[in-house]
Design a protein around this ligand. Structure first.
Ligand code: DER
Length: 231
């Protein structure tokens, strides 16, 4: 099966966890878009759910499908969030943020009783870090914050490049929340927990793409079928 078919298969498995009356967090990215698409068909067939999108992109897709939407303030306690990931390891730690929505994704995931991550086998890693770690920073003093991120990561023995995420046209990427993203290509991150704590303590860092202790299940679609870690 193609990568896209694998993503859809993972989304279909996550959809089985949705029950009528649930309050759902809707993730961002190409795999999450399959989940929203499949959920839209269920809503059309009469499924009653209330959904909080994690990006303007997902909000527009869900709205177009007639999926009932709410803000997180209107539904601050969610039953389930379904979202993709750029990488996951055996402890269900994730790197997320490839789609630039990591801040709202982490807030929504943290407001959910269950957080099911939908992936294809290409996202599985022994050690996180092959995918550049997104770090979301406030635009005020962005260069000073970038220098701080470089110092902290060097202290942790992580060598690599830290660069601002740009749009295809070369202009700087700005998140839905008005922040910038630094993509940090360190290679293998031997101690993701320590890195997460150090990054979170840097003034000017709004959030980062290490999701640790949040995922309750990871659905992995591969050539040999779909496997679910956790529950
Ligand atoms: O930006 C994100 O966190 C997305 O969920 C990303 O990690 C996964 O995107 P994909 O499903 O398009 O690979």
């Amino acid at each position: 099966p193609s990568a896209d078919e694998l993503k859809r298969q993972a989304a279909a498995v996550a959809l089985e966890a949705v029950a009528p009356g649930m309050r759902l967090g809707l993730g961002t990215g190409s795999t999450a878009a399959h989940f929203v698409d499949l959920l839209g068909a269920k809503v059309k067939a009469g499924l009653d759910v209330l959904c909080v999108p994690t990006s303007e992109r997902t909000r527009a897709q869900a709205a177009a499908l007639g999926v009932p939407l709410a803000t997180l303030d209107e539904a601050p306690e969610l039953d389930l969030t379904v979202d993709g990931a750029d990488e996951f390891d055996a402890k269900m730690r994730l790197i997320k943020g490839g789609g630039g929505a990591l801040l709202r994704e982490k807030i929504v995931a943290a407001a959910s009783k269950r957080f099911i991550v939908i992936t294809d086998e290409s996202k599985r890693v022994e050690t996180l870090g092959a995918f550049p770690l997104p770090v979301e920073i406030d635009p005020f003093g962005a260069k000073a914050t970038r220098l701080h991120v470089e110092r902290v990561t060097r202290d942790l023995g992580l060598i690599g490049t830290v660069g601002p995420r740009l749009k295809p046209g070369g202009h700087v990427f700005v998140t839905d929340g008005g922040h910038l993203i630094l993509d940090c290509a360190f290679g293998a991150i031997s101690d993701p927990d320590a890195l997460a704590d150090r990054l979170s303590a840097i003034p000017g860092v709004v959030e980062h793409g290490l999701f640790i202790g949040l995922a309750t299940a990871v659905v992995v679609a591969g050539r040999d079928g779909v496997v679910t870690l956790g529950r």
